[in-house]
Design a protein around this ligand. Structure first.
Ligand SMILES: C[S@@+](CC[C@H](N)C(=O)[O-])C[C@H]1O[C@@H](n2cnc3c(N)ncnc32)[C@H](O)[C@@H]1O
Length: 703
């Protein structure tokens, strides 16, 4: 009906323009009028007026609130990895790096006086593994006395020993309380810093592959690849990355343990809804928001935030927990969304008080009153006052509960962190528990047999999965899969290993990389593949390597070692001593690995009868380490990427000084050198850039 001739849809046009700009970033830069961060005037009158009127901060703290908001954000980081490695790294951080700076005073950006830079341990983070420094990233990068700390953070971030993450952003996974058996959904996951925490909590028991899993979803296809990158660092066989609008996330099924022939709806034990938001609580990190802030942003996001939260509650199991979070101060994006949901869902869900889980964290309680406003900064006490032209923007559901109803929703159980509370960004967190099925899902937990499926729902139209072009997930059929017998024989895999958990990404041709998933993930992928857009799953475990000295055509991959190691028999294990491990790690020339005669008698005895090829090098003292090695005809070497090598040498207390370059000194020297000479020096950052290349060092030269 002439639809195509309608006026141009402005939103669609903007979306098209954005896509065009993404395709041609050069053009964008040419016309880019964005101000450089340092030149941005950190002021916005509407912002101040709006939040003063909303009373997000007590009047006597307002000045401090605004002052903090205009300053740069301090650096924070978490120590990650297995417990023994994390403990060892944590001790090193305290003894080597922090002791150095404990009594140091430094000139900090934006401050007149020199400041003490005492690191602060975040009391509420499990295991004491998270730290905050009174320095911004730029302060650390530009200060010569801190060059070792800077090198440490860069190198360990690349090796996965450290995760640099804003303090407040660490909170949602902590209050979600993930355990290894939980089925977890991260609805808006990219770029994935919280997903990483969820996975770390899932792997709390390092001995076993968790029976639970994490589905990390994001609507933005290109941002899903940030998740793939993040997952690669974590080496987990228990993560699936999907690409959907989570407001209409498809229903999934899993095997019914009671009756393996049938399936049942997949309900999650834990769900994180870290929804898209106006981001005004990240002003310290993203000062460009000062330039574009308006009340319209929050109003426009309320709808999508509510849809995502609502779908989250539908997908949550009874007894399960859901965390809703934003990095916005705006009650329209926060309490108004929470209130709308509680109103609609009656007694099925309720808010949980999580203050006890965050000892020492300062915050304000959730608001019980606020005033929606239109973009022209008119505030309303009730929907009836909203003029007609604003009624599609300021919606009735955005209004606070009536004073007489306020208590029944317990909105004060939400937590609001303001920047001046502990020198961080701002954040909003609400934790829900589902105590009963939602009114319309009373019979959902029944097993889905083919018969019941027909009775319950009319046949659905096949979901369109437009633009979905991922390689297939092809699982091994079992013991008889062509390449499996040689892998099993060579690596001495024990009988408990299930080969159907291995997969490749091609139907035909030679298998190149073989990935491993947990049993539960295999079940989820196989039963739902046709219904969900899976972007990635599986940890790379075996890599083709047609080496004439090895009887099996696959070597081990470091990424999958932690998961497969428990199944590998003694035939391919070398119990290596500390000095020998340091010897392998310090070897610089991949085509000239250390000769076996250089190792201790203990290690020589271990490798004497070991056939050539890929093996596990195990260091059994604290911190326990396992890495992929290679037994050559006369040599032994490790298969580690450069950042991992630095990480391991650091943990072993060995010399890694060649990677710990003082770039300030180097720059000064470089000025005196000709450029070709300078190019031959490598820094820890160079080493990190080489990371991906070095795991794939040619093995043809193994002797
Ligand atoms: C605040 S960020 C999430 C940050 C992430 N949780 C982390 O910790 O790294 C919000 C994300 O939601 C995604 N998003 C926006 N709308 C969505 C929708 N309808 N469904 C799923 N994801 C959505 C955006 O692409 C963005 O990556």
């Amino acid at each position: 009906m002439g639809r195509r001739n309608r006026n141009v849809n402005k939103f669609a046009q903007r979306k098209r323009d954005r896509k065009e700009q993404e395709k041609n970033p050069k053009e964008k830069n040419e016309g880019d009028t964005r101000k450089h961060y340092e030149d941005i005037v950190r002021e916005n009158a509407s912002f101040e007026e709006y939040y003063k009127k909303q009373k997000v901060c007590p009047e006597d703290q307002w000045e401090e609130f605004m002052k903090t908001l205009k300053s740069n954000l301090p650096t924070a980081f978490r120590i990650t990895g297995s417990k023994s490695e994390a403990d060892a790294l944590s001790n090193l951080v305290k003894s080597e790096y922090f002791s150095e700076i404990l009594n140091m005073k430094l000139k900090v950006e934006g401050k007149e006086e020199e400041e003490e830079i005492k690191p602060i341990n975040l009391s509420w983070y499990p295991g004491g593994l998270a730290w905050q420094l009174r320095l911004s990233r730029t302060d650390i990068r530009r200060s010569e006395p801190l060059y070792r700390l800077h090198n440490f953070l860069v190198a360990e971030t690349a090796a996965g020993g450290v995760s640099r993450q804003e303090t407040v952003s660490m909170i949602p996974p902590v209050v979600l309380q993930v355990e290894p058996h939980h089925k977890v959904l991260d609805m808006c996951a990219a770029p994935g810093s919280k997903t990483a925490q969820l996975i770390e909590f899932l792997h709390a028991d390092e001995e076993k592959i968790p029976t639970g899993f994490v589905i990390a979803n994001d609507v933005d296809n290109s941002r899903c690849y940030m998740l793939v990158h993040q997952a690669k660092r974590l080496n987990s066989p228990c993560i699936v990355i999907t690409n959907h609008d989570s407001g209409v996330m498809p229903s999934l099924v899993i095997a019914d343990e009671q009756n393996p022939e049938s399936t049942k709806p997949l309900k999650f034990d834990r769900i994180l809804c870290d929804v898209p938001c106006s981001g005004d609580a990240t002003l310290r990190k993203n000062p460009d928001i000062w330039l574009k802030w308006s009340t319209g942003n929050g109003n426009n996001l309320h709808g999508v935030q509510y849809r995502i939260l609502r779908r989250g509650c539908e997908l949550l199991a009874v007894g399960g927990r859901l965390v809703y979070s934003t990095c916005s101060f705006n009650p329209i994006e926060n309490e108004a969304v929470v209130h709308r949901l509680l109103q609609e869902f009656g007694d099925s869900v309720h808010l949980v008080d999580v203050a006890d889980m965050l000892p020492g964290l300062k915050f304000h309680k959730g608001m019980t009153h606020w005033r929606p406003a239109s973009k022209d900064m008119v505030f309303y006490d009730k929907y009836e006052d909203v003029p007609e032209n604003w009624q599609t923007v300021v919606r009735p559901q955005m209004f606070p509960p009536k004073p007489e109803d306020a208590e029944k929703y317990h909105l004060d159980k939400c937590i609001r962190i303001l920047p001046h509370h502990q020198d961080t960004g701002g954040f909003f967190v609400a934790v829900f528990e589902k105590t009963a099925p939602l009114p319309w899902e009373k019979n959902d937990s029944q097993p889905v047999t083919e018969e019941s499926k027909e009775k319950k729902e009319p046949p659905k139209k096949r979901r369109r999965m437009g633009g979905y072009r991922e390689d297939p997930f092809v699982f091994f059929s079992g013991e008889q899969e062509d390449v499996f017998p040689s892998i099993k024989e060579f690596y001495d895999l024990n009988e408990t290993f299930d080969p159907t958990c291995l997969l490749t990404r091609c139907h035909v041709g030679k298998k190149k990389n073989i990935y491993l998933v947990s049993k539960t993930v295999k079940d989820v992928v196989q039963r739902n593949e046709s219904n969900i857009k899976i972007i990635n799953t599986g940890v790379k475990t075996f890599v083709r390597c047609d080496n004439k000295n090895m009887t099996c055509p696959f070597r081990l991959s470091q990424e999958g070692l932690q998961s497969i190691s428990q199944y590998i028999g003694p035939k391919r294990r070398v119990n290596i001593l500390k000095d020998d491990l340091i010897l392998v790690l310090q070897n610089e020339n991949p085509s000239n690995p250390p000769d076996i005669s250089k190792f201790s008698e203990h290690t020589q005895a271990q490798v004497k009868d070991l056939a050539c090829g890929s093996c596990v090098l195990e260091y059994r003292s604290a911190p326990a380490l396992a890495l992929v090695g290679w037994r050559g005809v006369r040599s032994l070497r490790a298969y580690t990427a450069a950042p991992d090598t630095v990480h391991l040498l650091r943990l072993l207390g060995a010399d890694y000084s060649k990677y710990d370059v003082n770039k300030f000194k180097k720059e000064a020297e470089t000025n005196d050198m000709d450029t070709s000479e300078a190019a031959s020096h490598s820094t820890s950052e160079d080493a990190i850039n080489d990371a991906d290349k070095s795991e794939a060092k040619s093995i043809d030269d193994c002797t």
